[in-house]
Ligand binder design. Structure first.
Ligand code: SF4
Ligand code: SF4
Ligand code: SF4
Ligand code: FES
Length: 599
């Protein structure tokens, strides 16, 4: 690597020769607006033209996100022509935009509006016909509203880069161009895993979660007994919606807000995570003992479950039959808890606050119900939780710290908390599996080889003289490598954890938008750092819990003694286990019909 000398507004700087003008300018303290550039100040599409600057030796203005620096380059951001050009680019985008900001779900967090303000865009400068609109809300996880799409292409890249999928692409040409699934189909008609990673990068309200706030309101209106539970990753990020720094733990305030929103009981999905570990660790040990299909793969991430159902049907027997933790909590509330308290289960509504859009889909699966009654009725994302807190007039800063309700299923362990980060399920399972197989506790309790944000992590575990090979993958691009090995029959693993979103649930498709990812900032490793900070919240919670092993959760122990008998019992199977489908039957020509590019 060598440096070159450039000038910005006549001032000399030495910068790495591999940078784009945008990257170099950011390092030198300049703030060039962008829309299509994604993550690191580079852009392969350069479609929005919002980042135009003037440079010496070029007759035309150049997009700073795609133009490399070179020795002697003189750049002007403040050039009069560049100022007008950037404003015109945004005004043209606005001219083909719905501009119904008042009712737009992105209002308050819209990058287009922010950039329009920065460049001084004027409304209604270019009037005329607008591209015909598609509004798709048929998939439970996410909606697409092309009237708000600025054709930046970020979602296309996120789906491809992070998930190795090609669900989204450009359709049509010229004025009729739109972005969406092939042939402008609904997300419900293509093999989209509903992970929401595309939502997290969309600068506008063109992609959003399929909101269920109306369903929640209806449950209260109908006089239902409304329970709420929150996934571990929500507490690690909800504060960001209210101006807290990334990495602030907000469990107490979040619980206090939920109490003020009128829920009958506020429970922690961590209890369900402990229960999942009891069932899953036992299932793994049973598989080893009976030489059943191996490696077993975890099943608590619904985006991942969708992926295997669509793309690796032949590997379905590897999937653990355990429901995900929030489904388990829902099933237990509507059975054990309802019976103990004499509640009519048909009057119960279970609301899950999740970092994930695929959970909205998961709760609709007929397999996730008991005797025709769904385990979970409403799933709200972390972002939707922030919306209902604001709507209720609750001042976040003034909230006290409160505790989850301790009523039959209120206890949770450190093992349950770390479910929210990639490697957490494996670590929790190892703590309990070791105990079941040896009668002793794993020491130290932390199983660090599966920690960290690498896409694929490997570890081995020695139990009773046998070595077990473990793997952890997050993001489908990474998972694919492990699955291909299993498919070829040359996998060395005994147990695999897979999470749909890169980094795990802390980076789910329903988590607060991280604007720092797209806007100029001084943190070059923002993707890595914001995830590490959120992960640290959960690891700290685990560290400071007195009980850190799922098999020592007193409420879980009592639940088995009083009701479920033992892990894997017939009643545990009825309530806590599920089945999977071969979705390839629905899409026989999956590559040709459902995807852009390679899988
Ligand atoms: S995406 Fe932004 S500019 Fe467009 S309607 Fe929504 S808030 Fe307004
Ligand atoms: S939800 Fe996930 S799989 Fe579907 S289009 Fe978005 S990124 Fe791709
Ligand atoms: S849907 Fe969003 S991310 Fe995708 S091209 Fe449109 S504006 Fe960009
Ligand atoms: S063209 Fe550079 S950010 Fe869009």
């Amino acid at each position: 690597m060598s440096n070159v000398t450039i000038k910005i507004e006549g001032i000399e700087y030495r910068v790495d020769e591999r940078l784009t003008i945008l990257q170099a300018a950011r390092q030198c303290g300049y703030n060039i607006p962008t829309l299509c550039s994604w993550k690191d100040g580079k852009c392969s599409l350069a479609s929005c033209r919002v980042c135009l600057v003037a440079v010496n030796g070029e007759k035309r203005l150049v997009p700073s996100c795609a133009y490399p620096v070179r020795d002697g380059l003189e750049i002007s951001i403040n050039d009069p022509q560049a100022i007008i050009a950037r404003r015109t680019s945004v005004e043209l985008l606005l001219s083909n935009h719905s501009m119904d900001c008042q009712s737009c779900p992105k209002n308050g967090q819209c990058e287009l509006l922010e950039v329009a303000r920065i460049v001084g865009a004027r409304p209604d400068i270019y009037e005329g016909e607008k591209t015909p609109t598609t509004y798709d809300d048929l998939a439970p996880g996410l909606i697409r509203d092309t009237s708000k799409c600025i054709l930046c292409g970020r979602c296309i890249e996120a789906c491809k880069e992070l998930q190795g999928l090609g669900i989204l692409g450009f359709e049509n040409r010229g004025f009729k161009t739109i972005v969406g699934p092939t042939a402008n189909r609904s997300f419900s008609e293509v093999p989209c895993i509903q992970c929401g990673q595309c939502i997290n990068v969309c600068p506008t309200g063109a992609l959003m979660e399929n909101s269920e706030i109306d369903k929640l309101d209806e449950a209260f209106r109908e006089g239902k007994i409304v329970f709420v539970q929150t996934a571990p990753a929500v507490r690690a990020a909800i504060g960001e919606e209210f101006g807290e720094k990334i990495g602030t733990s907000c469990t107490g305030k979040m619980v206090a807000a939920l109490h003020r929103l009128g829920f009958y009981r506020v429970f922690d999905t961590n209890f369900g995570a402990d229960l999942t570990i009891m069932e899953e660790a036992n299932e793994w040990i049973h598989r080893i003992a009976t030489r059943a299909t191996s490696p077993m793969i975890t099943s608590c991430s619904p985006g991942w479950v969708n992926y295997i159902e669509y793309y690796y049907k032949e590997l379905l027997p590897h999937l653990s039959s355990c429901k995900s933790p929030h489904e388990m909590v829902g099933a237990i509330i509507k059975s054990y808890y309802a019976e103990k308290h004499g509640l009519d289960r048909s009057k119960i509504c279970v609301v899950s606050i999740m970092p994930c859009t695929a959970k909205k889909y998961e709760k609709e699966r007929p397999e996730n119900s008991v005797d025709g009654i769904k385990d979970v009725d409403v799933v709200l994302t972390t972002r939707e939780l922030a919306k209902i807190i604001r709507r209720a007039g609750i001042t976040w800063k003034k909230l006290p710290n409160e505790e989850f309700d301790h009523d039959l299923i209120g206890e949770y362990t450190g093992a349950g908390v770390i479910f929210g980060v990639s490697g957490g399920v494996m670590e929790a399972a190892v703590r309990t599996a070791y105990h079941i197989l040896t009668g002793k506790e794993l020491e130290p309790v932390e199983f660090t080889p599966v920690r960290g944000l690498k896409g694929i992590k490997e570890a081995s575990l020695l139990i009773n003289g046998n070595t077990y090979n473990l793997a952890v993958a997050s993001g489908m691009r990474n998972a694919k490598k492990i699955l291909d090995e299993i498919k070829k029959g040359n996998s060395k693993y005994d147990f695999v954890e897979i999470m749909g979103c890169p980094g795990g649930c802390i980076n789910g498709g329903g988590q607060p938008f991280v604007k720092e990812l797209f806007l100029p900032n001084e943190d070059d490793d923002i993707l890595e750092t914001y995830l590490s900070k959120r992960a640290q919240v959960l690891y700290d919670k685990d560290k400071f819990k007195t009980v850190r092993r799922s098999h020592l959760n007193k409420d879980v122990i009592r639940l088995y003694e009083d009701y479920l008998q033992e892990p894997g019992s017939p009643i545990a199977h009825k309530l806590l286990h599920t089945k999977y489908n071969n979705k390839r039957e629905k899409y026989p020509n999956i590559h040709e019909e459902g995807m852009y590019g390679e899988k």
